[in-house]
Structures are given as C-alpha cells and as structure tokens.
Design a protein around this ligand. Structure first.
Ligand code: PGA
Length: 241
C-alpha cells in the first residue's frame, strides 16, 4: 500500500506562506500520496501553486449540509469545484471547540463521499480516557457511526482513518511505538485491513521514518511540522514503501 502523508495547517498561514512553503514543496518528488490541508480562503492559491507537482490540496472541514441557507458553511461541492481532493473530518479540535459529535462526523463523511472527496476521518482518546483504560471503547464509539455511511464493499479509495491521541497533538510528545501499533491494530480490526490508518500527533522529521514503518501505519497526519517546507518535505521523503 502506498503511504499517505497529510499536512494540516489548521488556522495558520498567509498568502505569503502559501507561496513560499507550497512553492518549495511543489518541487520535491515523493513516492507517497501527499496532501496539504489549508484554511478555506487559501484553497485556490494552494491549488494553483501546487498545480504542476504531485502534491494535492485538501480542506480541514466540510459542511454536513448539501447547500443553501447555512451561513458560514462550505459544501463538499464547493470544495470539489475549487479542485480540493480531500478533506479532514472530525479532528479533535473540531470535536472540542465546535462540539462536533460522532453523528455530525458521519454526516460530514456522507457529504464528502457524495462530492467524491477523499475523507480523512480523525479518531483518538484524551489523556483522561487513556488513563481510565477506555481508549478502545472511545475509538470504537467514534468509528461505529461510520459504517452506515460507508456501506458495503471496499472503500479504501474513498476514506482513511487518522488515529490522533488528543494528548499527543501539538505537545511534542508523540505516542510510543507500542501505543501506536496497539491502537492501529485495533482500528484495522474495526474498519477492515484495506482501510489506511494514519498516525497523527507530534510527528516531525526526526520521528517520521520510525513511525511510518510501524506495523499497520499507512501514513501520517502532520500539524505543526507541515508549516515548514524542509521539515514536511523530509517527512514526505520518509514515506516510502
Ligand atoms: P501536530 O498536530 O502534528 O502539531 O501534533 C497534528 C494534528 O492535529 O493533526
């Protein structure tokens, strides 16, 4: 399976960083499927900077509604229209600050699939949940609503799962190799072997190669380090088979 590397710029960046960082990234050759998920206003600029390279552009959210009177929302059709290829759904920051539930994550996944956007669905436990020993129960609840949306048959070209322990995001403290392998194995048993499972949480140029070669790790979702072309470029280069 080709590895997948997804950058998540979150609410960072500017026209200047789009030109500088993506301009540099667009030059590199990669053996993995690489996407950079930028804030909505920069989607058009990002697709034009990356038009000639191998890296695609994604969004960080999608409306759970198709279109119409939903002020402030952005539909899957609009993202597709702006040449987005993929979208992150259910990131823990959206669950935390915007109260996204497992139900709304499933509705968003449905809309992403309708629009033929590749969906990166995030799951993961908080530190309190890990310490309480309920990591698998939390993740299985987060995954349970997805099946009804995905339907039967192989959906590996339509979505993947990103395991992001909340306590590892932006903390500089990635999960241990054993923790990653254990949870990825659990997720594969829930969603099926063919669905890619990415790891996210403090991935950087120094730890990427090790993480990317763990069993059942099909790629990485990268936050902070994706804002630096050299750092993200070397993560992309580490994503070889
Ligand atoms: P981080 O963020 O790489 O900065 O820890 C990962 C994410 O939130 O997707």
């Amino acid at each position: 399976m080709r590895k997948r590397v997804v950058g998540n710029w979150k609410m960072n960046g500017s026209r200047q960083t789009i030109a500088a960082v993506l301009g540099e990234l667009g030059q590199i050759s990669v053996a993995a499927d690489v996407a950079v998920c930028v804030p909505y206003p920069y989607v058009a600029a990002a697709t034009s900077v990356l038009a000639i390279g191998q890296i695609t552009v994604g969004a960080q959210n999608i409306s759970e509604f198709p279109e119409g009177a939903y002020t402030g929302e952005v539909s899957g059709r609009m993202l597709k229209d702006m040449a987005c290829s993929s979208v992150i759904i259910g990131h823990s920051e959206r669950r935390r600050w915007f109260h996204e539930s497992d139900e709304s994550v499933a509705r968003k996944l449905d809309k992403a699939l309708d629009a033929k956007l590749f969906a990166i669905v995030c799951v993961g436990e908080t530190l309190a949940e890990r310490e309480a020993g309920v990591t698998e129960a939390v993740i299985s609840a987060q995954l349970s609503r997805l099946a009804g949306v995905i339907g039967e048959g192989d959906a590996s070209d339509r979505y993947c799962i990103a395991y992001e322990p909340v306590w590892a995001i932006g903390t500089g403290r990635a999960a241990s190799e054993a923790q990653i392998e254990e949870v990825h194995d659990f997720i594969k048993r829930c969603v099926g072997e063919t669905i890619q499972v990415l790891y996210g949480g403090s991935v950087n140029a120094a730890n990427a190669a090790k993480i990317l070669h763990l069993k059942n790790v099909d790629g990485v979702l990268v936050g902070g380090a994706s804002l630096d072309a050299k750092e993200f470029g070397s993560i992309c280069k580490a994503a070889v088979l």
